[in-house]
Design a protein around this ligand. Structure first.
Ligand SMILES: CC(C)(COP(=O)(O)OP(=O)(O)OC[C@H]1O[C@@H](n2cnc3c(N)ncnc32)[C@H](O)[C@@H]1OP(=O)(O)O)[C@@H](O)C(=O)NCCC(=O)NCCS
Length: 227
């Protein structure tokens, strides 16, 4: 396994938070039977090694975040909808690529935040996102172009920001919603603001604002969202 570390991100008035990374070589986590005590979902045994490892690495990143926050140990199970099941006092999110996982966790008892999300993408993966009209409207891309993000890079950033937004909002929405249900409204000094475009649930109405940011770490783009 490669070294683990952390990335500090700034969540506006809510202060700084730590994203925890677990990097691994493909095959190592299974071969070394690392953390056999991590509870696995029923479908785990049917997964390919690659998927088992991303799951394990995500939960290892969660453990690292728990320790850093000084929290009593808890397991994060996987819900039937695929979403992680967090204890009520925790806001959290997980993302992974094939050789890295990240987790962001906030102790909700010490924060006025209502949700957080993270997403991790390989910087060179923007070319796989061909249809930008599925990700955002021309106005949204114009905002990104005006601050120097062009073509594939702009697509990847908007895609990833919205994946982070999805993860942050999902616990308050409880069902699938689309990329065009949230729109990038503005960017100021590295902080993106996005607006919900229709009523998504009782808690998340049209006009609800959610903030986001990004960081480049090695070959990856990390985005995060909070509200
Ligand atoms: C769920 C989804 C966001 C996951 O993204 P992904 O790029 O496939 O995968 P990532 O590695 O970034 O994240 C995977 C992790 O997301 C988490 N996740 C899965 N479903 C989730 C949900 N509904 N809500 C919050 N987190 C979820 C899980 O922790 C999962 O990892 P695990 O299964 O190992 O625990 C994506 O597959 C999806 O369905 N998106 C819906 C459409 C969308 O994003 N719309 C944007 C609206 S603005």
């Amino acid at each position: 396994m490669k070294n683990n570390n952390q990335t500090t991100v700034h969540l506006g008035a809510h202060g700084a938070a730590c994203i925890h990374h677990v990097r691994f070589q493909s095959g190592d986590l299974i071969a070394q039977n690392i953390h056999p005590d991590i509870p696995k979902p029923a479908e785990y045994n049917r997964w390919r090694i690659k998927r088992k490892e991303t799951f394990l690495a995500g939960r290892m990143a969660v453990r690292s975040a728990q320790q850093a926050l000084g929290l009593t140990h808890f397991d994060v199970l996987r819900g039937g909808d695929g979403a992680p099941i967090w204890p009520s006092h925790i806001l959290g999110s997980v993302s992974h690529t094939e050789n890295e996982a990240i987790a962001l966790m906030i102790d909700a008892r010490q924060s006025s935040l209502m949700g957080v999300g993270v997403d991790l993408e390989k910087i060179n993966s923007g070319s796989q996102l061909e249809d930008e009209s599925m990700i955002g409207l021309p106005e949204e891309f114009r905002i990104l172009h005006s601050i120097g993000f062009q073509s594939e890079c702009a697509r990847l950033l908007l895609f990833s920001l919205k994946e982070s937004v999805y993860k942050a909002l999902y616990p308050s929405v409880g069902q699938f919603f689309d990329f065009l249900d949230v729109a990038l409204e503005a960017e100021q000094e590295g902080v993106f603001s996005l607006l919900v475009q229709r009523d998504l649930s009782e808690k998340i109405a049209m006009g609800c604002r959610i903030y986001g940011g990004y960081k480049q770490v090695n070959e990856n783009m990390i985005t995060f969202a909070y509200f």
